[in-house]
Write a protein that binds this ligand. Sequence first.
Ligand code: ZN
Length: 311
Amino acid sequence: MTLRPWHDEAWQRLQARRQRDALPHALLLAGPAGLGKREFLTAFVQGLLCQNPHDGMPCGECRSCHFFVAGTHPDFVRLSFGLRKDGVQRSEIVVDQIRELSQRLAMSSQFGGWQVATIDPADAMNAAAANALLKTLEEPSTATLLVLVADAPSRLPATIRSRCQRIDFVAPSPEESLAWLTAQGVRDPSAALLAAGGNPGLAQAWAADGALKQRSEVRGDLQALATGRGDAVEMARRWQGADPARYLWFAAQAATDELRARAEGRKPPLDSALSDEALDDWYGLANRARESLRGPLRADLVLLELLAAWH
Ligand SMILES: [Zn+2]
């Protein structure tokens, strides 16, 4: 089990609290996907339950570690999206799940140590679930730890956030990211890191799955539209069929690069006829379109509207 280099500081701080017997009852691991929150979480929780940890890291060999790795540790609950009665996975965490969790945490530990529960993604709790969790947070039992994981912590109620010790995961410096990507065997780490907006975990995943090609594809499409070639309907269909959220991320990024090139007096790569102000608006439109993919709107219409506004 390895932590990412940029986890060091938060890890040491948390282990120091553990040694002082001063762990909080609730932790919130917050920050964008791709920075290793879940690896951190797993190492920390397994290390907390382990009977023979070294510097907080689990030994991997004791009875507790075996149960943990098998997913059957009696003092560990992992809460995520449950199933509806018809067997379909829910898209939110609901109040019954939180009530059940609270009952379970109220019972005593089977191994005589900590009882730990994780809620991931915590920002997917609906209002009733968050309310129920608040009660649990207000009356913590001893030797229980709740760990909330959220890519978008601002979606959590402030009342929940304020009762958790928060650990923020932020992207490390470009130098540290590039060194890590190189060590992971990523072939063109600079291009991958640029595409992923400086997020090394995303860069690693994207370098492996063809995202860099999609990035060029988006730029090619926008340039074709700007120069009067290309068919927005066909593009919208193609973007939708692949990974619309990622295409929209790259579209917004392309608009920023176009603006930056103009400001720096370089030849703008996309030949857009939009004014600076209109480009800036279009950037906002692309980001809102990405957000709206989560909602009930049809993705093809959202994409088409955006592409129609590009010149
Ligand atoms: Zn162990």
